[in-house]
Design a protein around this ligand. Sequence first.
Ligand SMILES: [Zn+2]
Length: 314
Amino acid sequence: MPRVLDLHCDVLYKLQKDPKLNMHPEGQGKLDVTRARLEEGSVAAQVFAIFVPEDEPMEPQTALHQAELFWSKVLTEPGVKLIRSSADLEEARRTGAMGALLSLEGVDCLRGQWWSLRLLHRLGVRLLGMTWNRANWAADGAMEPRGGGLTKAGRQLVKECESLGILIDVSHLSERGFWELKELATKPFFASHSNAKAILNHPRNLSDEQLRALIEADGLIGVTFVPYFLTKEPVARIDDVLRHVEHICGLGGANHLAFGSDFDGIELYVDGLAHPGQYPDLADALLKRYPESLVNGFLSGNATRYLSDNLPKR
Ligand SMILES: [Zn+2]
């Protein structure tokens, strides 16, 4: 089974909601992402997102709490290694450790307080989405009807991230924000969990122009398993995931395609792809259509190369 690098899950937010949960088997039934299922799915590295829902205090403390849970409930699992640099990635590969990366999904809760960004960076955040779906102090999100771009503070955020060595995730960003970021950014950015708008028209999906821009800039596109970003049919299947994969490959993105499941951030699932332990079924379906070298690229090689090239060296 090819090794997997998954660009997005929301288990930290569930761990915050229910302090009794953990990543051990006891979490099973309540969590999609558990240590055992990551193992079962040959997940070599998983990105854990800090996501602050609207019913939690929109303050740095909420993000810091989830970062603490990442340290106390994820990094304490046997064989799990924090990835902050390309050297860490290489060491995890060499030792067979399971890599864990920390990301921030929306900067709303930081409220423009730069100390909290620097502290989260110290705690391991290396990937950052400027927005969730709504507008915030930095930019407009993909579901914000007015469709604005980056604010002045948002532009500063991009600069701060570049100087700290944090990569920008455009998955929830408005389309205008995407193009403004493209003008501003000096490092390739990526989309952790978005699909192709040409296949399913949804504001969270990316247009062909956006997909081409990500490919041309040597960025990365994480195809996601959110059913309503995949198909209009009542049930999404692995074949629907493959339609988005095929479309992105058709645009020349075969070496820039990855996966970001959104496990623990969704209530509906792709039939047969409901937790990381089912990655082998996706791998089998991919192997029926694509050569092994490409499938290895989709499942982990492309994302590993992108991170290796763009994370700080140490
Ligand atoms: Zn999301």
